[in-house]
Design a protein around this ligand. Sequence first.
Ligand code: SF4
Ligand code: SF4
Length: 124
Amino acid sequence: MDLVEKVKSISGEDVLSCYQCGLCSGSCPVRFAMDLSPTQVIRLVQVGNIEKILESNTFWICSTCFACHARCPREINITRIMEALRQIRLRRDQDKISVNKIPKEELKILPPIALVSNFRKTTA
Ligand code: SF4
Ligand code: SF4
């Protein structure tokens, strides 16, 4: 799953319905301290540039106040998107196993359920 799909999957929000009106940024009480505005974050998710967001402080600064969600004409829950970004960032580099690194001979004999269980528990 790519990062854009991951944001959508974790947040449950349809970012493509955002038409960049800017109300979320105008409503945000901590916008002044953010590298990227909430509107910019949504745009970057739309175009698939998650890396730029993950380099910013925006999702850490978000205070989860829901003011942006309350005013969004598209009823996008930006707060949930910020939370999804925090989760993705926190899980980064936490993968303990990689399927590409498991020798083919071992893959043949490992029980599938053990593999699935490990991927669920140890990868982001
Ligand atoms: S308020 Fe909603 S529609 Fe407007 S820019 Fe923010 S997310 Fe997009
Ligand atoms: S939930 Fe976060 S992004 Fe939205 S207005 Fe509040 S602080 Fe800003």
